[in-house]
Ligand binder design. Structure first.
Ligand SMILES: [Zn+2]
Length: 259
């Protein structure tokens, strides 16, 4: 891939990989198997916690995951062109639908984006290169949709209960512990990098459409963004965002009907 003027300073996927971070698949650092995690944590400590984790507990884990991701990826600063553009196009979105949003760009040349239930939204420079402002807004709305429809929260509940992280988190007290990088990486893989169902995608798209209308953004961008993604193609093995948010073709057709 040739460097373009406007992508100066953007780190390629290969460079990121060399830094020890795997994006797209997006585990952080080296993947750690459940078994080795179990060894590390000690299976005797594992407590079956039937109760749900509180929103406050989960927010702490989302905060830790956000910190970990930001420390593993180049975050566009306020002076960076990507940071400036993203700040401008998301002006007025400091809070939306009861969620405090923290929207930043990663200077990484992947077509990707993600959101967490604590309001963290990260848009990758590769996606910003290909998308208009309104198309980026559609992605932001779609990601908020996954949060507000509680897809992200439910996954976190499941992951905490299922995974070895429960050994750390699920003690009798409600203490929320600092998770190690490897544990946060695994959690990120389970909660953020896993593929959404078609039902979840439809809900997030519907949310995005309403988000665009509510903010007086161009709803047409819901369709053009998805068509663009479909055109970039690669199907489920292609663009990182398509791996987690599949079937852009049928989703574009569905969005078109709403216009
Ligand atoms: Zn999605």
């Amino acid at each position: 891939m040739d460097d373009k003027d406007n992508t100066e300073g953007v780190i390629s996927r290969r460079e990121i990989l060399a830094m020890g971070t795997i994006l797209g698949g997006m585990s952080i650092a080296a993947p750690v198997s459940a078994q080795s995690l179990g060894n590390v944590l000690g299976s005797a400590k594992k407590v079956a916690k039937a109760a749900n984790y509180s929103d406050a507990e989960m927010k702490v884990y989302f905060d830790q995951m956000s910190e970990e991701m930001d420390s593993n990826n180049p975050v566009a600063g306020a002076d960076d062109p990507y940071g400036q553009r993203l700040a401008a196009l998301s002006q007025g979105l400091e809070t939306y639908d009861g969620l405090d949003l923290d929207i930043k760009a990663y200077l990484v040349r992947d077509v990707n984006a993600f959101a967490m239930a604590n309001g963290t939204i990260r848009i990758f420079a590769g996606l910003m290169d290909d998308f208009t402002d309104d198309e980026v807004r559609y992605v932001i709305g779609h990601e908020i949709g996954h949060v507000k429809r509680e897809h992200t929260k439910k996954r976190m509940q499941g992951a905490l209960q299922r995974e070895a992280a429960v050994s750390v988190a699920g003690t009798a007290s409600s203490d929320v512990k600092r998770l190690a990088s490897s544990e946060l990486g695994k959690l990120f893989g389970d909660v953020i990098s896993a593929q959404h169902s078609q039902k979840n995608e439809r809900q997030a798209d519907d949310y995005a459409f309403e988000f665009m209308e509510a903010n007086n953004y161009d709803t047409q961008a819901c369709v053009t963004a998805l068509e663009k993604l479909a055109g970039m193609g690669g199907g489920s093995g292609g663009l990182p965002w398509l791996q987690t948010h599949p079937s852009p073709d049928s989703r574009a057709k569905r969005m078109r009907k709403k216009l």
